[in-house]
Design a protein. Sequence first.
Lengths: 32, 181, 158
Amino acid sequence: LDELIVETAIRRKQWPRKILTHVIQAMKAEQE
Amino acid sequence: SLNLRAYEAQFFGFTPQTCLLRVYIAFQDYLFEVMLVVESVILKKLEGFPGCKISSCQIRKSTEKFLLFMKEHFDKLFSRMEEVLLQLVLNIPENVLLPEDKVHQQFPYTKAQFQALEEEMERLQQQYRAEVAGGQALRAELEEQKAVQAELEKILQWFDGLDSTCREHGTGNFKESFVLL
Amino acid sequence: APGRVQIFTTVVDTFLEKLMAAGSYQKFAKCYRSFYKLQPEITRSIYDQFVSQLQDSIKEEIQDVKDEGNLEELFNSLDKIVEEAKDCKEPAWRPSGIPEEDVRSSLVPYLLKHRSYLQKILKEKEEENKKLAQSVLAGRDRIAELQQLIQARKLAWQ
């Protein structure tokens, strides 16, 4: 349980940034 | 505990429970280790008194008695310490938002608002594409107009040429002009 | 208010103090009564060693935990974050447990930026097309004018 909590918390912290990177790339490509 | 303290884990990178469990086990190990050292020192000292009647079994019983007593107090004190640390140190007050989540405070978008924003962007994109197409059509017509105007101007020049030819030769009536032409 | 580092240290020290107060020399001597009767001085020095050894081990352990978990830095930065939030009385946002929901807000600032970019280029394109449309209309008028001129010339000749 503990590892799951830490794993989930780390994803909550890091993944929005990762997803954002792809979204921003997609937007830039669209703009180009 | 009911409260998984996932938000604290997001900040600390470990759950408060783990941290305190780690401390508890370490402290407990030290307590046991030190007790064993105490016991071995006493037994060593007793070797210096061959005549005395204190057996190692008795010493072991004393050790267990003292350890039991210490362990009880240890657990009581540790759970109080745990309570304080969970409350005052290893906790994130409910009014506090971590920096990486600030965006939720600045843009608390509901699903509907988010969808509306996406639809608006879709519409803008379509409008833009329409404008681009419109612009291309307008440019195409401008090109066409250039050609048509050039043609029409050529015809007008032709008429001008016609007139000036007649003027140059000063012909009066039509028949002569026609022959000239 | 004392920071988290200070509270942590104080709480651990208090824990130690109380633990040692509970495991007093009297208690120790009472448990090891037979040995205490035989050698009271040695009992005292063994007890003193027991206390200092236990305290040192626990203090060392705490320092290890602090170093391992980088606790001091984390505690100080959490103090700062809490201090900055002192004016917010409302309960702050917390992860909903639905990733799709939680990631949305992170995207919004970029979508808004993209939206204003789209609005900008659409406006530029509209203005550009307005000018183009004016030139097309002017061109059409010009062509109509030329056609009329030609028509007039043609009629004159006819």
